[in-house]
Design a protein around this ligand. Structure first.
Ligand SMILES: C[S@@+](CC[C@H](N)C(=O)[O-])C[C@H]1O[C@@H](n2cnc3c(N)ncnc32)[C@H](O)[C@@H]1O
Ligand SMILES: [Zn+2]
Length: 458
């Protein structure tokens, strides 16, 4: 494999040593050799059922078609496609688990339909440069992009998909919402108020600061959300480019709809599988399936990601969150009836926040781009009022999120969340907040869009 050259959005090009890039790849694929990860993914029924529904309810896309499963794992999605009538399924899996797929296919009567490539999708070629009609892949990580398997799906699409082909999922969206962290505060912070009869409140601020360095992968109850969720980023998977996922920055302002303690920002994602098409008479057929990892939906192994906010001055600090995925999972968390792991695909994820004034770029050759930020100084007790960070209905809050692929490990992202002052910062157009000027602009744009739609349809 040639050395990877990563184009840094902010200017410089960095040539990554071959060995470093390959070590990351190897580590990533080794993690998928663990059959437990696959059991957890397959038993995550909202996830797996969404794929089954998307395939079974859109047989017109699969029946008698040539399809590809990018990152086939144990082969479950390949089986769905074969059962839906595909004439050929290319199941591509780079990790050790790939050895099981052929036998799984044979045991289900699809030995002649499913052809296994036990290799990276970037390293295969199809017979006679054949093109596929559909690419299906489950590539999503925490806050959607962590793990960066999307780059491999984009590569497969650009090299193997027919011009009129379909990519499932077809659209992916990242959502954000201000939230309270009721049980988190109870279990992790307030806990320190009284311990074995001693007043250990001094630990609270220390605990909060350290939690601010590790965003939580947790289930946020719907009742903790303080506003209507906002879609902060949308990707059309048929056309998204590697550049689109290398770096992006979005500014968001929202109006509080439920008064409460503004203690965190909650992130999750949704994916659509749009199989709707129209016959010659203009009649629609096929369905749209949505896989949602939101607090409003049944829990999945991705859960939600929470960025724990500070208070007062700390709240206006720019924070930087980076992730590493090389830590074994040591804790099973209960979601619904299934015990699933603690992270995107059951590798415990560690996401770190560092202050803006700290070094943010990965030193060459290191498997992370984070600077540990242990709190310093004396830790005073946090008073009740400062813990409250109360927000009222219609109050506007804002933040800027930046996601940047790490230079020396494309599978990792640096996420920066900056809290914004709604009074002084410029709002985007359109803006989802209830400020009169933002409402007027949104209404005007909405009207314009409706008029355009009317003109188009007449
Ligand atoms: C999230 S798992 C999904 C497994 C399976 N499709 C399922 O739904 O249960 C992603 C799989 O993709 C594989 N993978 C990631 N990047 C790949 C690449 N570039 N080429 C081949 N396999 C890849 C991983 O090893 C892993 O098994
Ligand atoms: Zn606004």
């Amino acid at each position: 494999m040639a050395p990877e050259v990563v184009d840094n959005e902010r200017g410089t090009d960095a040539e990554i040593p071959l060995q470093v890039a390959e070590d990351f790849q190897e580590e990533y694929f080794t993690s998928y050799e663990d059959v437990e990860i696959h059991r957890l993914m397959v038993s995550d029924s909202p996830r797996t059922k969404a794929y089954a529904d998307a395939i079974n309810n859109n047989k017109h896309l699969f029946n008698d078609k040539i399809v590809m499963d990018v990152g086939a794992g144990t082969g479950i999605l390949s089986l769905f496609m074969a059962a839906a009538g595909a004439k050929k399924v290319y199941a591509v899996e780079a990790s050790g688990i790939g050895v099981v797929i052929q036998k799984v296919a044979e045991d289900n009567g699809f030995g002649d339909v499913i052809k296994v490539y036990h290799a990276k999708v970037e390293d295969i070629s199809l017979p006679e440069n054949e093109k596929v009609d559909v690419i299906v892949s489950e590539w999503m990580g925490f806050y959607l992009l962590h793990e960066s398997m999307l780059n491999s799906v984009i590569w497969a699409r650009d090299n193997f998909l027919a011009d009129d082909g379909t990519v499932f999922p077809s659209e992916a969206r990242i959502y954000a919402c201000p939230c309270s962290l009721t049980s988190f505060y109870k279990e992790q912070i307030s806990f320190w108020g009284s311990v074995y009869g001693f007043n250990m409140s001094a630990v609270k601020k220390y605990a909060l600061k350290s939690k601010m360095t590790k965003p939580e992968v947790c289930l946020v109850p719907e009742s903790d959300l303080l506003a209507d969720p906002v879609c902060v980023k949308k990707f059309n998977l048929r056309w998204v480019s590697e550049d689109d996922v290398k770096f992006f920055q979005e500014t968001t302002f929202v109006g509080i709809t439920k008064p409460g303690s503004y203690q965190g920002l909650c992130f999750w994602f949704e994916c659509d599988f749009d199989g709707i098409d129209y016959d010659e008479d203009g009649q629609a057929f096929g369905t749209l399936t949505t896989l949602s990892t939101s607090p409003f939906s049944p829990p999945t192994h991705w859960k939600q990601i929470v960025v724990v906010l500070g208070y007062g001055d700390e709240n206006n600090q720019q924070m930087e969150l980076t992730c590493e995925e090389d830590i074994g999972c040591n804790e099973d968390l209960n979601i619904g009836t299934e015990n699933v792991g603690n992270s995107s695909h059951d590798k415990e994820e560690k996401l770190d926040i560092v202050n803006d004034n700290q070094e943010s770029v990965c030193p060459e050759g290191q498997d992370e781009c984070r600077t540990p930020n242990m709190p310093d100084g004396t830790f005073d007790e946090i008073s009740r009022s400062s813990l409250d960070n109360r927000v009222e209905t219609d109050e506007v809050v804002g933040w800027k999120i930046t996601l940047a692929q790490c230079e020396n490990n494309m599978r990792h992202y640096t996420m920066t969340v900056e809290m914004l002052d709604p009074e002084t910062e410029e709002h985007p157009v359109p803006c989802s907040c209830p400020r009169p000027q933002c409402l007027i602009i949104s209404k005007m744009l909405e009207k314009e869009e409706m008029e355009n739609e009317d003109t188009d349809s007449s």
